[in-house]
Design a protein around this ligand. Structure first.
Ligand SMILES: *[C@@H]1O[C@H](CO)[C@@H](O)[C@H](O)[C@H]1NC(C)=O
Ligand SMILES: *[C@@H]1O[C@H](CO)[C@@H](O)[C@H](O)[C@H]1NC(C)=O
Ligand SMILES: *[C@@H]1O[C@H](CO)[C@@H](O)[C@H](O)[C@H]1NC(C)=O
Ligand SMILES: *[C@@H]1O[C@H](CO)[C@@H](O)[C@H](O)[C@H]1NC(C)=O
Ligand SMILES: *[C@@H]1O[C@H](CO)[C@@H](O)[C@H](O)[C@H]1NC(C)=O
Ligand SMILES: *[C@@H]1O[C@H](CO)[C@@H](O)[C@H](O)[C@H]1NC(C)=O
Length: 352
């Protein structure tokens, strides 16, 4: 797969590059601001088999804001740089069990991996700061790289659903590759901050009403929240127990579920004790329990949030009338946010 190609590519070019160090290659290629930022970081000494997402000088200067409580801007940037350094030797996450493919007219449907599997990778980074990662002891934060079209340069998804773009080809150094970007990745936040930022207010309020929200923010991952957007999560009348059961059905537990890991027929356990089955149609569009993914891979401290276009297991009742312009306004503002973060553009083109 992609990882293996890169590995072959890297070892070939590492020889040609004559084993020059990361800092030397960064400086020779004009990434002087980024080189200055990471100089002296101990991760560099131990590092091998890395992908380093390195912002250009212009991008790094412009890219200094975030919702965090780091003491200084410099401190924050160093932490973000750790998040943008991928350890390719780190163990891959375990896959959930898979159901047998459906039988179509007596013959098992053949799975064409290349057609049906989204093109991308979930990578383990060097971010281990407990303020930004809560995936279990010794498990660093992940970042998700995806391509809208296989010929295009990838986009890297990080915290708050924000993404940075890869701007050019890999530049090899002695222990990996530098992948030029248009910014540092945004650090992951809790589920509640991320849902609010994404404008998924109704589902967030439902989580809060059930009393699950605080628990969810603190819980050790991996968890993946399938968050129906405000348009899908229309107001309904529920008892407390019904609402609790409903929201728990939207929380995948035990396995990582970043979109590049999703495969047709996988069965993810939910917090409610049920299951969500992954299906991939012949065009490569991915559904979770029958719901389409509108925007995937907003990284949170303990996993990820995928915005979905349907409430899972919703009773088949006619949708309530859209009153005023409230619903479309909400979707509009959410889309604007996502577009500013590149998210929706990629999500839209990605599975088609
Ligand atoms: C990458 O992961 C491997 C396997 O867990 C570990 O031995 C190695 O130290 C890690 N490398 C870096 C640079 O953190
Ligand atoms: C962050 O970037 C903005 C825009 O480039 C700049 O005006 C501001 O001074 C920077 N802040 C710090 C603390 O460097
Ligand atoms: C399965 O068989 C039915 C009846 O013979 C046929 O109409 C249908 O097109 C077949 N489906 C596929 C996928 O071959
Ligand atoms: C996690 O991050 C720390 C700090 O950067 C690093 O030392 C460690 O090797 C990383 N672990 C893996 C598995 O990459
Ligand atoms: C629908 O939900 C929203 C957000 O939770 C709330 O502000 C609004 O009052 C609700 N509308 C009705 C008719 O219940
Ligand atoms: C959850 O509900 C409480 C009580 O209504 C409120 O104070 C709090 O701000 C809500 N939290 C979020 C993240 O909306």
């Amino acid at each position: 797969m992609l990882g293996q190609h890169l590995l072959a590519f890297t070892s070939l070019f590492a020889v040609l590059a004559g084993g020059q160090s990361l800092l030397t290659v960064l400086e020779d290629n004009g990434f002087t601001e980024y080189a200055a930022l990471i100089r002296g970081d101990p991760f560099l000494e131990a590092a091998s088999d890395l992908i380093v997402y390195a912002p250009t000088n212009a991008a790094l200067v412009a890219n200094n804001g975030s919702l965090t409580r780091r003491a200084t801007d410099e401190d924050l940037k160093k932490t973000r740089a750790r998040f943008g350094a991928v350890n390719r030797s780190a163990p891959r996450p375990q896959e959930p069990p898979t159901r047998s493919p459906p039988v179509v007219n007596g013959t098992r449907r053949v799975r064409h991996r290349d057609e049906l599997v989204p093109s991308g990778s979930a990578f383990v980074t060097l971010l281990d700061d407990p303020e930004f990662v809560n995936l279990g002891p010794g498990i660093n934060q992940s970042i998700v790289e995806k391509r809208a079209v296989s010929s295009e340069l990838p986009v890297v998804f990080a915290g708050l659903g924000a993404a940075v773009r890869v701007m050019g080809d890999d530049i090899p150094f002695d222990k990996g590759v530098i992948r030029p970007t248009n910014g540092l990745p945004t650090l992951p936040q809790t589920a509640s901050k991320t849902l609010r930022f994404l404008g998924i207010d109704r589902f967030l309020d439902a989580l809060n009403q059930t009393g699950l929200l605080a628990e969810l923010d603190a819980q050790k991952g991996p968890i993946t929240i399938l968050a129906p957007d405000d348009n899908a999560f229309k107001n309904r009348t529920f008892t407390h127990d019904q609402l609790t059961a409903l929201v728990k059905q939207h929380i995948l537990v035990d396995y990582f579920a970043y979109t590049p890991l999703l495969r047709n027929g996988q069965v993810y356990p939910t917090l409610g004790g049920g299951q969500v089955v992954v299906s991939v149609d012949t065009k490569g569009a991915v559904y979770l329990g029958g719901a389409p993914i509108l925007a995937g891979d907003a990284i949170i401290t303990n996993g990820a949030i995928h915005t979905i276009g349907k409430v899972l297991g919703a009773p088949a009742s006619p949708p309530p009338p859209v009153t005023g312009g409230a619903n479309s306004m909400m979707v509009q503002s959410w889309m604007t946010l996502a577009v500013s973060a590149v998210g929706i553009m990629v999500a839209a083109g990605y599975f088609t």
